[in-house]
Design a protein around this ligand. Structure first.
Ligand SMILES: *Cc1c(COP(=O)(O)O)cnc(C)c1O
Length: 393
């Protein structure tokens, strides 16, 4: 594979492996096992497998390897391990590198399941976890200790779209020898190079922009060859959260068009932000790519565009937010993001429902907050749908 390709070329051709038939499109190797020519070959492969030698689909598979190599090349990572879901990637990346007694510092504004892994699972196994306001460097500075092993955050938080300063937090972590693990879903592999900015490990829920059409669950852990092969792979292959070959094929297909989709989605998100800003029914519109976002300069330093998600805060609270959601005709009420279809979510009553009110307030999840994952529909139709529904409020 060429190392001088630009990302859009890598996203189409990177990591491709062809069988003896020379198929142009990636084949789905829907097989659990691999036959050996001889007992000696089987023995040798269990001692050490080469690049194109596989043993069992839980350990690795040619279609899955193509996806891993392509997304690793895109991210500029030495290696990747594909997982059954984004959460298998988050839990695998963290659990594989931590042991009882280790100290972790994480940003408080996290995807609900990430918070569960940190606060419930890791703590149950004796890992000490401290949560901080990720936008406040002083809080990171105060919480990171000489024995901190891992620092974890979402580079853009859900659903309030706060931006975490990857280079600054990485510098603080690296000063004590801690590893920086970044969940980079909202930034997308198209707009952000988290590894270049200081992350040691980058995680994507491939369910989001990589599939991009809402069909399959998947995830990927990206990092150094040493970390992926010696830490992640043994953990994942023995605990079983590997990606299926069919899913990897869907994800490879998704990667080919990801840049086109995500750029169109971000352009529409910015246009929608501009169209909705100042609307009488809204307290505020939150989009990292717009100058009204308090961290706009940081966002655009870390990301080529502001991402595909914006949030709006409807002044009159829950009932008004529900009237708005119910009046939409193009956008659907659901809870995924990064889909080709525009999706609206009311975090306070769905994705973040289980949080106590005090924590919702701390995280800015107000009763009127609506998260909008912008799809690839016509921008004018989206603006008409959203302004029409807001006028109905
Ligand atoms: C969706 C999401 C996850 C989990 O991914 P799944 O594929 O649903 O398991 C983790 N982190 C963030 C930021 C997400 O948006």
């Amino acid at each position: 594979m060429s190392t001088k390709w630009n990302p859009r070329t890598t996203a189409v051709h990177g990591g491709t492996r062809r069988s003896q038939y020379g198929e142009l499109s990636e084949a789905i190797f829907l097989t659990q096992g691999f036959a050996y020519d001889s007992a000696e070959q089987a023995e040798a492969r269990f001692i050490a497998s080469g690049e194109d030698e596989f043993i069992y689909a839980r350990y690795g598979n040619p279609t899955v390897r193509m996806f891993e190599d392509r997304i690793a090349a895109l991210e500029g990572a030495e290696a990747g391990f594909a997982t059954a879901s984004g959460m298998a990637a988050v839990s695998g990346a963290l659990t594989s590198m931590l042991r009882a007694g280790d100290h972790v510092v994480a940003a408080r504004a996290l995807f609900g399941s990430c918070l569960y892994v940190l606060e419930d699972i890791l703590r149950r196994y004796g890992v000490e976890v401290d949560l901080v306001d990720g936008t406040d460097l002083d809080q990171w500075r105060a919480a990171i200790r000489p024995d901190t092993r891992v620092v974890f955050f979402e580079s853009v938080s859900n659903p309030t779209l706060e931006v975490i300063d990857i280079p600054a937090v990485s510098d603080l972590a690296h000063a004590v020898g801690a590893q920086v693990v970044v969940d980079n879903v909202f930034a997308t592999p198209v707009f952000s190079r988290a590894m270049e900015q200081g992350a040691d490990v980058v995680i994507y829920s491939a369910t989001k922009h990589i599939d991009g059409q809402g069909r399959t669950l998947g995830g990927v852990i990206l990092g150094s060859r040493d970390y992926i092969r010696k830490t992640v792979e043994p953990y994942m292959k023995h605990t079983g959260g590997s990606m299926s070959p069919f899913t990897a094929w869907v994800m490879l297909k998704g990667l080919e068009t990801m840049s086109l989709r995500v750029n169109a989605q971000a352009d529409s998100a910015l246009a929608l932000t501009e169209a909705l800003t100042g609307h009488a029914a809204l307290r505020r519109v939150i989009y990292p790519g717009h100058p009204s976002h308090s961290q706009n300069a940081l966002a655009l330093r870390q990301m080529a565009k502001g991402g595909t998600v914006l949030s709006i805060d409807i002044t009159d609270g829950k009932d008004a937010a529900f009237r708005f959601l119910n009046a939409l005709e193009v956008a659907h009420i659901s809870n995924n993001l990064g889909d080709a279809k525009t999706i609206v979510t009311h975090p306070a009553t769905t994705t973040h429902q289980r949080l106590p009110d005090a924590q919702k307030e701390l995280l800015g999840i107000t009763p009127g907050l609506v998260r909008i994952s912008v799809g690839i529909e016509d921008t004018a139709d989206l603006i008409a749908d959203f302004t029409g529904a807001l006028n109905a409020v």
